[in-house]
Design a protein around this ligand. Structure first.
Ligand SMILES: Nc1nc2c(ncn2[C@@H]2O[C@H](COP(=O)(O)OP(=O)(O)OP(=O)(O)O)[C@@H](O)[C@H]2O)c(=O)[nH]1
Ligand SMILES: [Zn+2]
Length: 343
């Protein structure tokens, strides 16, 4: 957590008033005694905040204003921070975020909703079968991850049901790190830390970081979380044979501490990302082998049109042997942003 050390320092630094020492009645209290904690859960206006080793229940103080407080936020608290079940702390400030993962309800919705703050990795969980993989959903998640500045990790579950090669070949060109997992149902992953294959690899990617898990219902997210965090006891569902949906549907995001350090944020209610808030013009920047070629494009080029110079860039070999596949990947992402309904 060294990355957040500077927050504690900033708490004691009180910005001098531009009006000198003249007291202002409306001046906010400085709350120099505020302590910094991590929001791990939100439930109807009550926040669970991890401070040192205890979970503190806190509510928002007026000082915070209308600012949204989400899982992953670093917040300053005053009041009872002992973790006493009858105690209540007040959140008096929300610290600057290193990242925000947003969703919009659909692609035309410009209203931003922050789902998770301060994450540094997005783990896209997809089943290889039961339910069938949805490549468009993966593309959407990748755009959302790139846009939020999160490193993506692809976890392909249920490898016992289908060979992962076909799906993986489609993502080769994207250079997204991936883990293939297989967690036999019936096993008790909560009891045995490494039930089935792939869990250790996922754990290696997660240790020491704040990772957001996303994926459709029934893909095995809860099963994976239970294997990673033995105390999590996330309820696992049975996939409905007709709808392909899991039975269990909880809605609020929650941060769970990994035994080896780091946090995994489960987002059960997040089925997809609308990309209404993402500027498609920025997508190409996430393709460093293509981006220089885009400099030759006509002004305002969408990079998915006949005049686009990226075709020539790729054909000339400037983007390397995977250039053509990379360009196709970029265009798939662009199309997922512009035309289609949420995956
Ligand atoms: N065959 C097989 N089944 C798995 C695997 N992982 C999970 N399952 C099963 O898939 C079903 C759904 O798993 P969950 O972990 O509940 O899926 P989820 O993504 O959390 O779904 P929601 O709780 O609805 O969000 C359960 O019956 C699991 O036992 C796997 O690797 N192989
Ligand atoms: Zn172009």
């Amino acid at each position: 957590m060294s990355k957040y050390d500077h927050y504690d320092e900033s708490l004691v630094r009180v910005r001098p008033s531009r009006r000198g020492s003249r007291p202002r009645t409306k001046e906010r209290p400085a709350h120099e005694d505020a302590v910094t904690g991590l929001v791990t859960g939100v439930d109807r206006g009550r926040f669970t905040v991890r401070y040192e080793d205890v979970d503190v229940v806190a509510m928002r103080a007026r000082e915070v204003g209308r600012k949204q407080i989400v899982v992953g936020d670093r917040v300053g608290m005053v009041g009872d921070v002992t973790g006493n079940p009858d105690g209540l702390a007040r959140i008096v400030r929300v610290h600057e975020r290193t990242s925000v993962l947003r969703r919009s309800a659909d692609d035309s919705d410009r209203v931003e909703r922050v789902i998770v703050a301060n994450a540094d990795q997005m783990v896209v969980v997809t089943a290889l079968a039961d339910p069938e993989p949805r490549p468009r959903m993966i593309d959407r998640c990748l755009v959302a991850a790139y846009d939020a500045g999160l490193d993506p990790l692809l976890v392909l579950t249920k490898a016992d049901l289908r060979d992962p090669e076909e799906l993986l070949s489609a993502y080769d060109a994207l250079d997204v790190p991936h883990v293939v997992s297989s967690l036999a149902p019936g096993a008790d992953p909560g009891r045995t830390g490494a039930a089935g294959s792939g869990v250790d690899q996922v754990r290696a990617h997660l240790t020491g970081r704040v990772s957001v898990l996303v994926g459709h219902s029934g893909v095995g997210k809860s099963t994976l979380v239970n294997a990673l965090v033995p105390d999590a006891r996330r309820s696992t569902g049975v996939v409905n044979a007709v709808t392909g949906r899991g039975r269990h549907t909880s809605t609020s995001a929650v941060a769970l501490e990994l035994p080896e350090g780091g946090w995994v944020v489960d987002t059960p209610g997040v089925r997809s990302f609308g990309l209404g808030h993402v500027d498609p013009a920025t997508f190409v920047e996430h393709f460093p082998d293509l981006a220089p070629g885009a400099a030759q494009c006509p002004r305002g080029c969408s990079h998915d049109e006949p005049d686009c110079e990226l075709d020539a860039w790729v054909e000339g070999g400037a983007a390397g042997p995977h250039g053509a596949a990379r360009l196709e990947s970029l265009r798939r992402l662009l199309r997922s942003r512009t035309g289609e309904s949420p995956a």
